[in-house]
Design a protein around this ligand. Structure first.
Ligand SMILES: *Cc1c(COP(=O)(O)O)cnc(C)c1O
Length: 409
């Protein structure tokens, strides 16, 4: 049978799973605990001999339905949802790595991921940060104890595009877990599986949810990594099919033991939001293209950072890999324009820290989300003091342009 399209599959996902009363949305199930036919049944569920729900921290029907949608979107084999994108990252790495291991990470990272990698270093897990726009820097950083390579698709805020394909090939040759944070592109613009990703991170809070009304995160296993060669898998999780070893350990050690579970109400919001992902992201990317071009041409803007601009260092790569160029762009204002005054002159665009919302949001990054890391690390990430990041929404582009014209006047 021909595989159905992205939207069709997603929209009919819940219905195809025989939900109660034939409802079209998977209901919100608040129950924390479950009842069984008898005590044997209870024991069999806990021993994994029968399918069933054991406890809300590890499994919930509403969350399971969302996990299935994400798995379908990413063309993976299994997904575990978490309370936030950050805990999807931290619970996954803490469950897979141990003291003495080494990871290679892109130095162009979401600020809190960067902060978490500092925590890993304190726990005795080495992290080497490299410029991941070129695979050779990743290759040079690989050591005997390297277990995993971590990159983002389009980095925040200066929009560097990692050498996703070449790094994927490298990870395959070296037998390393290739973890790709797909938040900025979403499975609508890019499927990390196509470049050999082993694990995919999505902050559901951003484009997938899209409405800025629920937090969530997910980790998807693409089935490409051969877990049989990964020494950190506990013996108890080696009974499963080999392809499920990694996700089982993430579920048991990451979700069950650390307990940052996604709630059913949030899962419902995120699932409903995901139904319009492709419509929203197309519009937001189109708006971002227009605005980035406008800024690129404007004399009061020193530089505009957007993969869709022809002078962007990875423009050709982005064009080849992604369906569109994303809905995030940043600008450096010229020296005598104050970034706070500029933002305060905007009417529609909101000064806010989130991204991937339906509304256009703007933030002076050095003074806020990248403040804690200090000037030196900011400089190494290409973040100037006057840089403003825009997360473009789905408003009419004329209204957004009017804000820029007014603020730059
Ligand atoms: C926001 C974000 C995260 C973290 O997601 P939360 O849901 O806010 O915890 C991780 N990676 C990237 C690229 C993000 O933009």
């Amino acid at each position: 049978m021909k595989k159905k399209g992205f939207n069709t599959t997603n929209l009919h996902s819940d219905r195809k799973d025989n939900p109660e009363h034939g409802v079209l949305h998977k209901p919100v199930h608040p129950s924390v605990a479950y009842g069984y036919e008898d005590s044997h049944h209870l024991a069999e569920v806990f021993q994994g001999k029968r399918q069933g729900y054991n406890y809300g921290r590890q499994l919930n029907p509403t969350v399971t339905a969302l996990q299935k949608r994400i798995t379908q979107m990413e063309d993976g084999i299994a997904t575990i949802a978490f309370a936030t994108g950050m805990t999807a990252i931290s619970s996954t790495l803490l469950s897979l790595l141990k003291e003495g291991d080494h990871i290679v990470s892109s130095s162009f990272l979401f600020g809190n991921t960067n902060s978490f990698f500092g925590t890993l270093q304190r726990l005795g897990i080495e992290v080497t940060f490299v410029d991941a726009t070129e695979a050779r820097f990743v290759e040079n950083a690989i050591q005997k104890n390297t277990k995993l390579v971590f990159v983002e698709t389009i980095a925040n805020p200066a929009t560097q595009v990692a050498d996703l394909k070449a790094i994927g090939q490298l990870c395959q040759i070296k037998n390393l877990i290739y973890c790709v944070d797909n938040t900025m592109t979403s499975p609508c613009l890019f499927l990390p599986k196509t470049v050999g990703a082993s694990l995919i991170v999505n902050s559901l809070t951003k484009y997938i949810g899209g409405h800025g009304n629920a937090l969530g995160g997910a980790i998807t296993d693409t089935g490409l990594y051969d877990w049989s060669g990964f020494e950190n898998i506990y013996d108890t999780y080696r009974n499963e099919k080999t392809e499920l070893w990694g996700i089982t350990q993430i579920k048991k050690k990451g979700l069950r033991d650390m307990g940052a579970s996604l709630g059913p109400e949030a899962a419902h919001h995120l699932a409903v939001g995901s139904e319009t992902l492709s419509l929203r992201i197309e519009k937001a990317c189109n708006n971002a293209s227009v605005l980035a071009k406008f800024c690129h041409d404007h004399p009061k803007i020193n530089q505009a950072y957007y993969p869709g601009l022809e002078n962007h260092p990875q423009h050709q790569r982005a064009k080849q890999l992604f369906k569109q160029f994303g809905a995030i762009f940043s600008v450096d204002l010229v020296e005598n324009v104050d970034c706070f005054e500029f933002l305060n002159a905007m009417e529609t665009i909101v000064s806010s820290s989130n991204l991937g919302d339906n509304r256009t949001l703007a933030i002076p990054v050095a003074h806020t989300i990248y403040y804690e890391m200090g000037a030196e690390r900011r400089a190494s990430m290409g973040i100037s003091d006057s840089m403003i990041r825009f997360s473009v929404g789905i408003e009419e582009v004329e209204d957004l342009l009017a804000d820029f014209e007014k603020a730059l006047a």
